[in-house]
Write a protein that binds this ligand. Sequence first.
Ligand code: DHE
Length: 519
Amino acid sequence: MRFLLPVLAVLLIGVQIPARAETPDAAALYAEHCAECHGADRLGGMGTPLLPENLGRLRKDKAIKIIADGRPAVQMPAYEGSLEMDEIKALVDFIYIPLEAVPQWELAEMNASHIIHTDPAELPETPQHKADPLNLFTVVETGDHHVTILDGDSFEPLWRFKSRFALHGGAKYSPDGRFVYLASRDGWVSKYDLHSFQPVAEIRIGINTRNIAVSGDGRWVAAGNTLPHTLVIMDSKTLKPVKIIPVTGKDGTSSRVSAVYTAPPRNSFVAALKDIPEIWEMSYEDDPEPVPQGLIHNYQPGQEEGFFDYGPFPVRRIILDDYLDDFFFDQSYVNLIGAARNAKNGQVVNMRVGRKIADLDLSGMPHLGSGITFEYAGRPVMATPHLKDAAISVIDLKSWKTIKRIETRGPGFFMRSHDNTPYMWTDVFFGPNRDLLHIIDKRTLEIVKTLRPAPGKTGAHVEFTRDGKFALVSVWDMDGALVIYDATTFEEVKRIKMVKPSGKYNVFNKITYSSGTSH
Ligand code: DHE
């Protein structure tokens, strides 16, 4: 008993957890937990900007849930357990406070950032290296923000250079494959010469950027921003902006851009928008037809002003009943297949008639930017992984019905194939099996082989050589590698050390818009 009393006293004091007197210091919490990815100034970095202008459609209770549970699809960790609920709520209140002044990013700011590294007139006419210029790969190493240009025949790195911080999205090439354009999440667009391995030009066209596209005729580069809400068209030679298009709906709502792609047979750029249920198409023809902005039957003669958008790059709006997050075209570029992240269905929009023509059974957050198309049983089909389902959906591009859901060992991010291989490859990006890659036979839609390039490390993002004979895979780790497989025997042929390599892009496959690769 003599010993028990002090023990009891300690226990009693111990169980009285003092309530935190002070309210959480949201700014300090933000600096500690969020700034690294979302930017010290909340303007975005690896993660999206955290400003009321960008959180528009996200309710506060949903934001609380996201911080508590995390968002595995975007690699955001869960904070429940490491933060108290009042701290999470304070953080949410903090990110909804408008900045005193959101930095402007208009023509003046863009021009002030513009750099010409090499005068385009002084670039050599022919390649200054012996490699096949159309079988080069641009490999993005996100771990230390570098890019490696790899010879696709010898698999020897030819040039490694420091890139802008946090490149995201596919590398885009000029139609002849000579120049590569890269975009960073914080708005930098950079152009490099693959004949002489030197930078040509750079410009910061936004504070936070989604992605870029190069026109089918090679004359223009388009960028879609999330901050500010703009689409920017640049002259591809110098990257000088030629048009800034504010992204505003008919009711005045402004919107982030979800993605912009080029549609070569249509001579246009096409963009999906995150906060306005519209698709925008911008013709890059020399003398484009003016595009009506109102309902044609409301048109009164003499009402031209404000009723038509006159070129260059006039905006044709296709009105939808849902927002689109990401999309993908069929090989004809007539049909756009889109998905909204929260929606249960995908939707098919016919670009000729300018309206939705079908819904798709696509739950589980399909990652459509990674979709591929091929022939199955004499019919065109598409296949896409899902960020939240352990499955690949295969959809008939004529009937728009799902013909198979191929069960996988976990949700995947990327998928690839090539016209010269009967197989498609996909990763298992999330979950305990993230070190696996599946190889699926396009003729049977069955998994025929599962590879594990580096046990315990994410194996992801496949790309084929120009001839389709080899498949290159990233070991997505700081102590990572690029692993090259024989695409017929699935045997490893080479392993090159790299620092968290992410995407890799073969010049030929990209410029020919191969059905097995991203466009
Ligand atoms: Fe991506 C491409 C959207 C998170 C790596 N990603 C794309 C594209 C879009 C997109 C619209 C097509 C752009 C293009 O090529 O022109 N990505 C999104 C998201 O909405 C999402 C889920 C959330 C976000 O933060 O933006 C997202 N993406 C990621 C990542 O976390 C990844 C894995 C790592 C990273 O680098 O940020 C990632 N995304 C990639 C890669 C591509 C890509 C490697 C190019 C794929 C290709 O083969 O073309």
